[in-house]
Ligand binder design. Structure first.
Ligand code: NAD
Length: 260
């Protein structure tokens, strides 16, 4: 896929949000293995510190629903390293509930973390990327940025919005060597999905294996959960020089989910 050689990211500073778990953890590890210095951010300080030690990066605790924390994260990266080359907007969470029971607080929280924070972080890293004439922004969206499922109104809205923002930012970044892309995975084997499997097994009254095979993989052509490392490989490609002409795109890793 033209992934970067170790030396290619050797001088790069990357911010990865939601890096204490799942996809973010795998992305941070993959970038670090290619030589990037990774600024890891998450709400979860304990696991964040563990990956800080593992990658030799820098952990910055941030609650990305707070504008001040978004600004503080980029400020800290700039203070320590003087620039940002790569931003991976990955932090997110799920809440499953029908519209009439969906709380306004939960709506606001989901939009803040999964739509407003990627906008704010992009805005804050933009001057550094523009000054260097090169930048890579990767937004971890979802198949739920492309299609809907029941009982996830805020998640689906945030992810659809994130794809719109990806295109808008790509248009503005083109003149400055900044590419902006989104990745749209179907179900990836992470703690976020483990929790959903348990919740759905309980609410539907069926075994966890049936939730995976009949509910989550029902519309999929390939019948397995995606591994988080597969998403990390795509992030590496999008951060590489080989992807210099790729921008404004939504990359599905969806087992054929959205092909029908
Ligand atoms: N797992 C999947 O099947 C799947 C599929 C499509 C898209 N995604 C997306 O991938 C991203 C990562 O998901 P994951 O499956 O690795 O989940 P995960 O729960 O394993 O990790 C998400 C991380 O985000 C952090 N986070 C949540 N709220 C935060 C906040 N307010 N401030 C800072 N950090 C916060 C959590 O602490 C956690 O460490 C999310 O945006 C999710 O929507 C996941």
């Amino acid at each position: 896929m033209g992934n970067p050689q170790k030396s290619e990211l050797g001088d790069k500073i990357a911010i990865v949000t939601g890096a204490a778990s799942g996809i973010g953890w795998n992305v941070a590890m993959a970038l670090a293995r290619k030589g990037a210095k990774v600024v890891l951010s998450d709400l979860n300080e304990k696991d964040g510190r563990a990956i800080e030690a593992e990658t030799g990066g820098l952990f910055v605790r941030a609650d990305l629903s707070r504008r001040a924390d978004c600004a503080g994260l980029v400020d800290e990266a700039m203070r320590r390293f003087g620039k940002v080359d790569i931003l991976v907007n990955n932090a997110g969470f799920q809440h499953v509930s029908p519209i009439e029971r969906f709380s306004e607080d939960m709506w606001n929280q989901m939009i803040s973390v999964m739509l407003t924070a990627p906008f704010l972080l992009t805005r804050y890293v933009w001057p550094s990327m523009k000054a260097q004439g090169r930048g890579r922004i990767v937004n971890v969206a979802s198949i739920h940025g492309l299609v809907a499922s029941p009982c996830k109104p805020a998640y689906i809205t945030a992810k659809h919005g994130l794809l719109g923002f990806t295109k808008a930012a790509a248009l503005e970044g083109g003149a400055h060597g900044i590419t902006v892309n989104a990745i749209c995975p179907a179900y990836v084997r992470t703690p976020l999905v483990d929790n959903q499997i348990a919740d759905q097994a309980k609410s539907l009254g069926i075994p966890a294996e049936d939730v995976i095979s009949k509910v989550m993989l029902g519309p999929a052509a390939i019948k397995h959960l995606i591994e988080p490392g597969e998403v990390a490989e795509m992030v590496l490609y999008l951060c590489s020089d080989a992807a210099r002409s790729v921008t404004g795109a939504s990359w599905t890793i969806d087992l054929g989910w959205t092909s029908q």
